[in-house]
Design a protein around this ligand. Sequence first.
Ligand code: SAH
Length: 347
Amino acid sequence: MKTLTDLSPSEVRDVFREMRLPSFRSDQILQWIYKTGATSFQEMTNLSKSLREKLTAEWQLDSLREVKRNKAKDGTIKFGFSLHDSHIIESVLIPMETGKQTFCISSQVGCTMGCKFCNTARMGLTRNLTASEIVCQVLHLYREAELSENQAFNVVFMGMGEPLANLDNVLKAIAILTDKNAMNLSRRRITVSTCGIVNGIRRLAREPHPPQLAISLNAADDETRLKIMPITEGNPLSELLDQLKRYPLPPRERFTFEYVLIRDVNDRDEDAANLPRLLNKLRYKINLIPFNPFPGSDFLAPDTARIEAFQQILFKKNVTATIRKSKGQDIQGACGQLAASLGTELE
Ligand code: SAH
């Protein structure tokens, strides 16, 4: 069956034009999907019964089925969604101290990047998500978040998968999310996080409205980085930074560099001291993420004193560096903990 949430609003209009329906009908339907949050045509009470039935027979709206949810003590909720081919992805709804909500969404089933500290990497890659499967994660979380009118939310591509390895569908999903006739989300509220695929960043830079960019840096030199992130081979730091210097970063915006702190791997004083030298000439902030363990992981987080000492070295160089309190750890919903475990649990 065809999926309506795979189409941009202008494509939706084309479809309905071909069905000889007036254009206000497509506006109504888009409104139902993206503003009201309808998941079926049956809910669209201002359409005739016969039209609802015709649409229901030809088109599906929602490409996800919720199969699991876990709520953490801090309010974070991790959702498991089943796809049409029974694969499972996870998305996380994170309430922030500011009152805002962050929707952490997946871009692939699994991942091929092979980062040694990440649980998703151990799944390997099954397939890319479609634009609809990405958009529908946002729609599901949006309904769950029960935001008041005008309450802002952020979308971060920090769930399972490498968004720049599925760039066509990620860009299509972003186009739908930001379209004023669909979700009308500001591009500033969308962050794409990458392990540093230089070609993908180059392509993103050519977009008319590129999203915010976060880069999972995790080391200040190629040698250390290669030990934990195989993508460094073929994407050395020098090329990554060259590409970032050419990125059309709007005034007042900054890159975010994520840095997973792993005991005795990348947590030395000299690693901290090397970061500002490496990132020299860029506008940025650093998010320090103490390593989150998962079943079978070999790494440890540094102790609190080490984490704070690392941060202090950055502060002394006037670098903005926050320690990210990982949310949802008790439900395996924090950074790097999302994985297929769910699939086996369901069997
Ligand atoms: N593939 C993209 C999107 C995933 S984002 C990327 O690499 O950016 C997931 C974030 O969690 C990344 O910044 C990654 O460095 C971090 N991460 C992965 N495993 C982690 C772990 N075990 N503990 C803490 N952070 C982790």
